[in-house]
Design a protein around this ligand. Sequence first.
Ligand code: DWN
Ligand code: ZN
Length: 398
Amino acid sequence: MSPCRVCSHPIREFFDFERQPLSSAFPRPGELDQEYFFRLAVGMCESCTLVQLIDAVPPERAHHQGYPYHSAASSVMCKHFEQTARRFLETELTGADPFVVEIGANDGVMLRTCGDAGVRHLAVEPSGATGVRAHRAFFDVDAATRIRDTDGAADVVYAANTICGVTDLRPIFEGLDVLLAPDGVFVFEDPYLGEIIERTSFDQIYDEHVFFFTVRAVGALATRYGFELVDIERLPVHGGQIRYTIARPGRRAPSPAVADALRTEQARGLAELVTLERFAARVQRIRDDLVALLHELRAGGARIVGYGATAKSSTMANYCGIGPNLIPFVCDTTPAKQGRLTPGSHIPVRPVEAFADPYPDFALLFAWNHAEEIMAKERAFREAGGQWILYVPQVHIV
Ligand code: DWN
Ligand code: ZN
């Protein structure tokens, strides 16, 4: 049995997706022999209840060049990060000369909004490709010390969709201890295990998501590393996330939302293996239903294309065995993915203009977390008689 990455107790495996590729490594047609695969399996720690991948991708493989994801591809996500910045400006960045740091800042939307309001800001991002002032490094004690020596202590350290992918969390918390001001907060948001279980959104499980947090597990994690979980907030983005606020112990009274969420998690059995085993049975059911539906539609002569070459769809397509025989192409707005193939399943990725040229009979919405935004944008598809296939929370056609 593998040891927990946080407390070293054994992890109990509850699902094995078997051989899976790196979800963001889109090969060119001539590069298929260079694809890297690993065993994608998940389990829960017997002691601290943290749900995590059993095997991780080695860092030299995981942090490959040319990471193709841009949060700005979604106008809803841009608004979300602008609102996050405005919230910080109103509640946390109110002192004489506040300073905000973001770990893994992607397109830099949150920091740019703070910068436009005149607030000192810095991204800590190994690629540096954020469009805002950046310290090119992984966040740890060394990076934190350099930043504090140059810019002073931080009032807010923020991370979105980053912490759940950091295999070793100790250096993050050691860095926070160096960088955070006495009353500063560490705020991070990631997919919520409760939501993944509730919606059976198993495609959230892929190489870049190593941890699947609950309020209980994050509370224990914070305590273990000398901090305290003081607030949580449910977020509707990316299929259901939680934003956790962590402070130095005793500096802030924990909000009632933390105790409420702990009670709800206990009532729902989120820390019990049997709940995860029931989830595993529903995962197989979704695969069977989806594969049967796609074959049936194809046998009837229907044309089906994929919409959104998401990281999530890597698990979906590879676990279900969906390839170009069922879906001739996936359309996606990201230039770095276009002209390439989906990881492992080798479905060609085309620009989104190919969607209407001509419209297919069905579109399999791999980017289901952006359903509202995409369906509104593609209203003409349904007006032309097209139908969407979704698989969250179960397989259905709209
Ligand atoms: O956690 C992560 C999330 C935040 O982003 C990362 N580990 C990797 C990535 O995951 P993802 O690829 O599953 O995220 P999205 O946001 O579901 O990806 C949407 C994809 O769909 C992008 O490739 C862009 C594309 N897209 C599109 O073609 N038209 C998106 C929208 C909104 C559109 O209108
Ligand atoms: Zn543990």
